[in-house]
Design a protein around this ligand. Structure first.
Ligand code: ARG
Ligand code: ZN
Length: 851
């Protein structure tokens, strides 16, 4: 069967033939031969007329017994499941009992029930439950689960509330009907870091974070984040927790970040475990955000789930939006917004502009695991941000309340979601819905005119073609606008313009020619095109009252400078350098903001920008010119850097809060610049004196960036070889800072390192992912980067198709480059496509990326 034969279409949706009232599962755990018995209480679904076959999904299961209403049935499953013919089924409720055998220790795909260093764990989203037992594995089939686990391991966990335990067994009962993808089971030799919580209405909840013995002192930050998330969801969304326990388990082998299983979240250990010595400020920030994200899913995902996997953005877009709001409230809205937009452009715009572009709500897929993308998650969150901007905060809150009351317990759709907004506001959102159904990043062109009394702003949108969608209708785009006087006063505070037509003109009475600040807060995920002079950008960098656009002005200046360095051999001029210096040393600004302003445009971003301007980017040249740019900045700021670095030293013990983290970020940005002029003296001293991982690894990066740090790298390895999460950083850092000519060689050497455990997804990503992200190295003219990544994807694919397929997106940017590089990439894609036994996951990705 080819990949295309298995395409699933949204338009084919039908409710399931039967309802599942109750599921009773028993697991007799054994690494090579786990027995799973399942007793399903079923009834015909009144939504489906006539007597229907019962089709149960099941993959890789050895069926030991099958009973219908207690009587044995002799049926043989096929490759993907088991069908009980309608003729055998009664009209009334009935039970189906199965017993199957599975081998968790042989499960290298990390989907279904698998083992990670001696512990049992599960990952069922999206379609992993069918690897555990025969079941209608689709999100609109919701049932109450009761689970019995039999094992000698000391800790046995599943969803819901504890329902009894004894020597060698435990039972769990989940009162909330749920789809199978939210099922979870964990068994292991684990210890808990625990805390009590009382909900707003007074219900006590036992919170536990389960980790390997020895890791329990690295859970405090995750626990603190969980408690703040629970409180925040009560206060901001009025949502309370609904079970007597909330368990989180940290697992070392995990394909993704984390999973929101009901009452039993399972996390990649790198997003739970943290201490100042082992985790960076970025790690702390990610832990806080992911703990919040998974917790928030309890309402947006679990209480209200998705009707089918095409609706994935219903839970993911909304939950990302909610975790972004939370982080903004905990830290800084301005800094959070800038970081989110950097990520959106780096991942989602890149995806939307290439062969893998797809709508926020796709309408077909071969393998759903390939659609856990930046588009579904991050653009999905942007769409909700736009909706909120269009209807206003008060109506957003009313619409959410209606969503929760109307759809609690439902498996819902994007249509349901938009309908609550239509009902609350009376607006017709048909045009807005195109954001969900059409792929591609709109381009908004701006022209303006001032006649002495009236300022006219003309906005035109174009919606570029994407695979399968050649033509597009105009979208409804909220454009937040402010107008400034030449003296810097704001004459129009932020106002949301609604661009609905291909071209629209907006007029404002003003006696002076204003400077517009357009798309404030990045009010829509679009590319803004406008002819702006460097003087006007410098003015906005100095005076814009919108922090996002202030940063954006500086970024645009830097990109203009770098583009001219790459294309014309220009040099950074004093105007830009002075403007940058003013921000860097402006003590009225948040240090975290200043650190972001000092971050130079990324090489991949520059390549995308040059491509958009009709120029085939030369990766080696971009790398070299970006370094020349950093050196020019370093020389310009050098005299004031030592004092800045000293002034940012944190007295007292490490704290992971945003204020302290922002100061460290600026300090390290300054240290990185200083390293380029002091030969690494200050960075070496900072490294030697570091008492936290942020500074230990940040200063090491400064040294590697200037071709030093060999001794420090060796010492780091000696000090941290026992810690997998820290060693991932050691692997990744060396590849990230390798020069383009060396990146493939450094990677090859590291793949021969005894600690390169390539079957562990975190380690694979730390090494092969780091090479894919080293722009100059991956796109090296020799093709060595492409070849090495393809070799490793082909090696991983038979064991772990999900991670192999996800990492194949490294190749998605090929249309940007010259014909020689395109041919090299096409060669690697053809080689992968031609490999016998390629997984459905990787086959789909490669097919979509081939020209
Ligand atoms: N729902 C999880 C989260 O975003 C991600 C699960 C991803 N699973 C997958 N097979 N791709 O919180
Ligand atoms: Zn999620």
């Amino acid at each position: 069967m080819t990949a295309q034969d298995r395409t699933v279409f949204l338009s084919d949706y039908q409710p399931f033939t039967h309802l599942v009232e109750q599921v009773a599962l028993t697991f007799r755990l054994s690494p090579g031969a786990t027995r799973v018995t399942a007793r399903l209480s079923l009834a015909p679904n009144p939504a489906r007329a006539g007597r229907q076959d019962l089709r149960l999904d099941g993959e890789g299961l050895t069926l030991l017994s099958l009973r219908l209403n207690g009587a044995p049935l002799a049926l043989t499953p096929d490759e993907t499941g088991l069908t009980i013919p309608a003729g055998l089924l009664p009209d009334a409720p009935f039970t189906v009992e199965t017993e199957v055998e599975i081998a968790p220790e042989a499960n290298t795909a990390l989907e279904g029930l698998y083992m990670s260093r001696g512990m049992y764990c599960t990952q069922c989203e999206a379609e992993g439950f069918r690897k555990i037992t025969f079941y209608p594995d689709r999100p609109d089939v919701m049932a109450r689960f009761r689970v019995r686990i039999e094992s000698d391991l000391p800790v046995l966990l599943s969803n819901g509330n504890p329902a009894g335990q004894g020597p060698g067994w435990a039972e769990w009962d989940d009162p909330w009907p749920k789809p199978a993808y939210l099922f979870a089971l964990v068994a292991g030799d684990l210890v808990a870091h625990s805390a009590p919580f009382t909900t707003a209405s007074g219900m006590p909840v036992a919170l536990n974070i389960w980790v390997r013995p020895g890791d329990q002192d690295r859970c405090a930050y995750a626990m603190d984040s969980l408690i703040r998330s629970m409180r925040w969801d009560e206060q901001v969304y009025g949502r309370e927790y609904d079970l007597s326990v909330f368990n989180i388990v940290a697992v070392d082998d995990f394909n993704m970040g984390a999973m929101e299983n009901k009452g039993l979240n399972i996390f990649n250990s790198k997003f739970v475990l943290a201490s100042p010595e082992t985790a960076t400020d970025d790690d702390f920030g990610r832990i806080e955000a992911i703990i919040a994200h998974e917790y928030f899913h309890n309402w947006t995902g679990n209480r209200i789930t998705c009707r089918d996997w095409f609706q994935l953005c219903l839970k993911e877009g909304l939950t990302v939006f909610r975790d972004q709001q939370f982080t903004g409230d905990m830290r800084s809205h301005a800094v959070k917004r800038i970081e989110d937009v950097l990520l959106l452009r780096a991942r989602q715009f890149r995806e939307d502009g290439g062969p893998l572009a797809h709508p926020v709500r796709p309408d077909s897929f071969v393998e759903i695991n390939n659609f856990y993308t930046a588009t579904v998650y991050e653009k999905g969150a942007e769409v909700i941000g736009m909706l909120r901007r269009l209807v206003g905060d008060a109506d957003y809150a009313r619409a959410l309340d209606l969503y929760f009351t109307r759809h609690d317990g439902d498996a819902a759709t994007i249509e349901d979601w938009l309908k609550v907004f239509e009902d609350v506001t009376g607006r017709d959102l048909a045009q807005f819905k195109r954001w969900y159904t059409e792929a591609g990043t709109p381009v908004v062109k701006v022209t303006e005119d001032w006649d002495g009394a009236t300022y006219s702003l003309t906005l035109s949108q174009t919606n570029p073609p994407t695979p399968g969608q050649p033509e597009k209708a105009p979208k409804l785009i909220p454009v937040a606008l402010g107008l400034l006087n030449p003296n810097g006063d704001e004459i129009l505070p932020t106002t949301v313009l609604e661009l609905a037509e291909p071209t629209q003109t907006f007029r404002f009475k003003t006696a002076t020619r204003p400077v517009p600040s357009i798309l404030r807060g990045f009010s829509a995920p679009v590319v803004l095109e406008r002819q702006v002079t460097p003087e006007e950008r410098a003015f906005l960098l100095a005076h814009d009252t919108d922090p996002f656009n202030k940063w954006e002005a500086g970024r645009a200046l830097a990109k203009d400078v770098l583009a001219r360095m790459v294309t014309e051999g220009a040099s950074p001029g004093p105007d830009w350098l002075d403007a940058l210096a003013r921000v860097a040393f402006d003590e009225t600004l948040d240090p975290a903001f200043r650190a972001l302003a000092l971050r130079l445009p990324a090489e991949d971003d520059m390549a995308a920008t040059l491509h958009a301007a009709g120029i085939a980017p030369d990766p080696a040249r971009i790398w070299a010119e970006r370094r020349r740019m950093a050196e020019a900045v370093a020389r310009h700021l050098a005299p004031r850097l030592p004092a800045l670095i000293d002034s940012l030293a944190e007295p007292g013990p490490f704290t992971p809060d945003a204020r302290a983290a922002g100061r460290r970020a600026l300090r390290l940005a300054a240290l990185s610049l200083l390293s380029r002029v002091d030969g690494g003296t200050a960075a070496a001293a900072a490294h030697a004196g570091a008492d936290n991982m942020t500074e230990e690894i940040g200063s090491l990066a400064c040294l590697l960036d200037i071709g030093q740090g060999a001794a420090e790298l060796a010492r780091f390895e000696g000090r941290w070889s026992h810690d997998r999460n820290v060693m991932d950083k050691w692997f990744a850092l060396q590849i990230a800072y390798a020069a383009p000519d060396l990146a493939a060689r450094v990677t090859t050497a590291l793949t021969a390192h005894p600690a390169f455990d390539w079957k562990n997804p975190n380690r694979f990503r730390a090494v092969i992912g780091a090479l894919s992200a080293n722009h100059g190295g991956f796109h090296h003219a020799s093709g060595a980067g492409y070849r090495l990544v393809a070799d490793w994807l082909l090696r991983l694919d038979p064991l772990n198709p999900q991670t192999a397929a996800r990492m194949s997106t490294a190749f998605e940017t090929w249309p940007r480059y010259d014909t020689a590089r395109r041919a090299l990439v096409q060669g690697e894609l053809a080689r992968m496509a031609g490999t016998a036994g390629l997984s459905r996951d990787l086959a789909e990705m490669v097919a979509r990326m081939r020209s």
